[in-house]
Design a protein around this ligand. Structure first.
Ligand code: NAD
Ligand code: NAD
Lengths: 210, 210
């Protein structure tokens, strides 16, 4: 399955849950397409790959879609996440209430100076000495890295060693799982905000030339 | 030019500036490849497209690369950015000192309740009534959207109308430039943190099946 297809599936799933919460009973491929930013034809193609059928007049049945997407993408049991580095980005993530609509739950934060963290939330913040036990005891699979760039790869190794399988990294370094440590592979998604901004400037400057 | 190539160019440029600051005089394609996360062959291919030559024994000359990349990607005059929505994400961006190493400069924040914003930085925060004049008077080309999802598309229209050409959007909605307003196109880059996390969970669950 290619990454774009999976990303679209995740977007369909979230959208369908929101539509169900709004009381929708049916939805058409062009509504789904507009909301996700793709053509209705691609929606129909994706759905036919998943053997989901609707009809021209009535569209797709929302309850059927919710059930099918939960089956395909995994049900909506809470997906627990930890945050390592409770500074500006880390605490913004811990305070965000929007994650619960997507069945995401930040269960703990970790920091080298836990007593200095300004944490108005109920999410507990621990020192780094508790990180690996917490990951193993609570079977945590996904974590966020929000520490300074120089610390990120060391923190990654600690997380992977304890059993983390997926990492969302905000530090501006290209993190790679040091192969020798990974019996199971670890998916790393880098979010580099400065790079995204620079990329926007570059795209604008090339438009002006063309 | 395809997007991946541009993204690599931006990464090369930032890396080369950092190496120069560290006092490097030469660099080999395998160092560049390791730091960016690509093969040395791809580095050499990218550089030959740009007519940048090095030699097998000595590698590439850093000063030559800095000059060439500033020419290709635009010099390092400050790239000014505004932030609309000065809540958790918005203030984290305004407080971040790391942008200056990439010649990025957050020059102002805008919020519907500017007096409520907790802003320990020197970056001024204004009400939304000042947004469009500020964009026009300071020729701002890039902005960040960090308002709630229901507000994002209205805020985008205000920004594009005033001349913004590139937007980094954190609100979890697929923003599209409403075509009728765009004489010039507007590049929109969506950063959806919840989706990235869900995508990691999905990738892990599919690994377990295979
Ligand atoms: N704030 C932004 O807008 C922004 C923008 C782009 C990139 N980033 C990147 O995101 C990351 C986080 O940024 P921030 O602004 O939240 O930083 P921050 O300095 O506010 O927070 C970093 C936190 O990490 C903790 N820490 C440092 N070393 C640690 C270690 N070895 N183990 C555990 N905890 C450790 C610190 O105690 C601190 O609480 C950085 O890598 C930064 O470059 C941030
Ligand atoms: N905090 C996170 O970790 C996180 C994670 C994922 C997504 N997001 C998304 O990022 C965006 C920002 O999140 P946040 O946590 O910083 O939110 P927040 O509620 O802390 O801040 C939002 C700010 O926007 C301002 N605002 C609201 N409507 C406005 C309008 N019409 N014009 C100008 N300002 C307006 C508010 O006054 C507030 O200061 C949201 O869309 C959120 O869904 C945040």
């Amino acid at each position: 399955m290619n990454k774009d297809f999976i990303l679209r599936l995740t977007k369909y799933k979230r959208l369908i849950h929101k539509l169900k919460a709004l009381g929708f009973e049916k939805v058409f491929s062009n509504n789904l397409g507009d909301a996700i930013g793709v053509t209705p034809a691609l929606v129909r193609k994706d759905f036919s790959i998943l053997h989901l059928s609707g009809n021209k007049r009535g569209g797709y049945n929302i309850d059927m879609l919710v059930e099918e997407f939960d089956r395909i993408l995994g049900g909506s049991e809470q997906q627990n996440v930890i945050v390592v580095g409770c500074g500006r980005i880390g605490t913004a993530l811990m305070e965000y209430t929007g994650f619960s609509t997507d069945d995401l739950n930040i269960v703990a934060g970790f920091d080298q100076f836990p007593e200095k963290v300004n944490n108005p939330t109920k999410v507990p913040v621990y020192g780094m000495d508790k990180l690996q036990d917490f990951i193993r005891e609570n079977n945590i699979k996904v974590g966020v890295i929000a520490v300074p760039d120089a610390e990120a790869s060391r923190v990654l190794d600690m997380m992977v060693e304890a059993g983390i399988r997926g990492v969302l990294n905000f530090a501006p370094v290209e993190l790679k799982c040091s192969k020798y440590q990974c019996e199971t592979s670890c998916e790393i998604q880098n979010v580099n905000i400065a790079l995204e901004l620079e990329h926007l400037f570059y795209q604008i400057s090339t438009q002006d030339i063309n």
